[in-house]
Write a protein that binds this ligand. Structure first.
Ligand code: SF4
Length: 437
């Protein structure tokens, strides 16, 4: 029982471990998540760091090794990994590139084999691709699998909480840049707490909760001036493009510069969805009473209890920003994309758009890579969904690195959101106001 048959972990790996002596590079997805993930590896005695911040060279290298048919996230990720190969002193035999994988209908499952092919072409076939999956028993991780899965989940939840605090504070700060600085300090606090936490899982959780309390206090001290007329925009869409600020041209920050506040769907939503899907498939196969179902339920239970502990310090801060349970998201998507016939992020995007409307948001933006089937399917549904939910403005933005009219389009979109704000049928739960510092 991978996720929970441990309590004390070893904080060093044996010389024979597949990752011994290597540096693991983690691609940047959400702000803060790759840093926190790298800290988990270091906690386990494995050197790790995020790939360098994406820049124009990322796009150049990505374009050099892709044909144009690949998804934009594949191009950005490949470009970022190839930038690692250009770092001074880079040694292929001492590097491992972390490339998660998944089964399903979408092209994401091809990213890891594609990266392998690109590295071979570029002359770096000695680089290890670390692509852990349950299908092959997490063989790449060896005996650190259990601790990695649990601490990795905690890292994601804790980083998500910090990012949610950033998004709810930054639009109202009275001194520009304060919330970003607090986020960076808090992220360092989280990473240090993770990396140096003890080998006992309960003790680690306590250290992370203490770090969360310190961060909460930092954010609460940011001087803010709340304004109830600020439009709240729900941001949904393809997970990488939605969360990766380089890929989406920092759309959230741009929306804030136009006077909006954003509520972004975070990574943990996807993990909850995959857990629910696993249980649904087991039920379909008549395996309600089976060892696999027991494992799936226990994993969900443990993830929930860790999540609950890590989010508890922010309970008052997230009032009015409650994340719906994934079952609720699936239920709201059902009339448009029943989960028995549709899979993946399109279900989450559509269901979450409905949740945002009901929670009193003033608009929804779907961020997707150009040609992403999830965005295309969702886009076809949004006009009906908007009609069903009081006319909430929903707009898709596609990205492929060549966006030119983004500022103009966002300005127009926010005018629509403002006019909906005055007539929307669903009111927003009042947000507790903090004093202006
Ligand atoms: S979700 Fe879209 S962009 Fe992401 S891998 Fe699938 S098709 Fe590509």
């Amino acid at each position: 029982m991978r996720f929970f048959d441990h309590r004390h972990v070893s904080r060093s790996i044996s010389a024979g471990h597949p990752l011994a002596g290597k540096t693991v590079y983690i691609p940047t997805m959400a702000e803060g998540s790759s840093e926190a993930f790298a800290a988990v590896f270091r906690w386990l005695g494995i050197d790790a760091q995020p790939t360098p911040p994406s820049d124009e060279r990322t796009r150049e290298l990505g374009a050099k090794y892709t044909s144009g048919d690949e998804c934009y996230p594949a191009k950005v990720t490949v470009g970022d990994f190839l930038r690692v190969t250009e770092l001074p002193g880079f040694r292929p035999t001492r590097a491992a590139f972390f490339m998660p994988t998944a089964e399903g209908p979408c092209r994401f499952g091809q990213y890891a084999p594609f990266l392998k092919k690109v590295l071979r072409q570029a002359g770096y076939s000695d680089v290890q691709i670390l692509s852990p999956s349950s299908k092959e028993g997490y063989a790449d991780l060896g005996d650190i699998t259990n601790a990695f899965l649990r601490a990795g989940w905690r890292a994601l939840v804790a980083a998500d909480c910090l990012h949610r605090m950033l998004l709810k504070t930054r639009p109202y700060e009275t001194t520009p840049g304060t919330a970003d600085r607090v986020f960076q300090v808090s992220l360092r606090d989280l990473c240090e707490s993770l990396e140096t936490s003890c080998a006992d899982m309960d003790c680690q959780l306590l250290a992370l909760v203490e770090s969360a309390i310190r961060s909460r206090e930092r954010f609460r001290r940011v001087p803010v001036r709340y304004d109830s007329s600020t439009p709240l925009i729900g941001v949904v869409g393809e997970i990488f493009c939605r969360l990766n600020t380089f890929s989406n041209e920092d759309l959230v920050r741009k929306l804030e510069s136009y006077g909006a506040e954003c509520s972004l769907s975070h990574i943990t939503e996807w993990v909850a969805y995959t857990n629910t899907e696993q249980e649904r498939k087991l039920r379909l196969r008549g395996r309600v009473i089976s060892l696999d179902m027991l494992k799936a339920r226990l994993r969900s239970y443990i993830q929930h209890s860790d999540e609950h502990a890590l989010m508890a310090p922010f309970y008052e801060d997230f009032a009015g920003y409650e994340e719906p349970e994934v079952e609720k998201v699936i239920e709201l998507a059902w009339p448009y994309l029943p989960v028995c016939g549709a899979l993946g992020e399109m279900v989450l995007s559509v269901g979450k758009a409905a949740c945002h409307a009901l929670q009193g948001a003033d608009g929804v933006i779907d961020i997707s890579p150009f040609t992403c089937m999830n965005g295309i399917v969702s886009e076809a549904i949004y006009p009906k969904l908007s009609k069903d939910y009081g006319g909430i403005p929903i707009r898709n933005f596609y990205f492929d690195g060549t966006q030119s009219d983004l500022d103009r389009d966002l300005g127009i979109y926010l005018e629509l959101a403002r006019s909906y704000h005055d007539k929307k049928p669903y009111s927003r739960k009042p947000v507790p106001l903090q004093p202006v510092g």
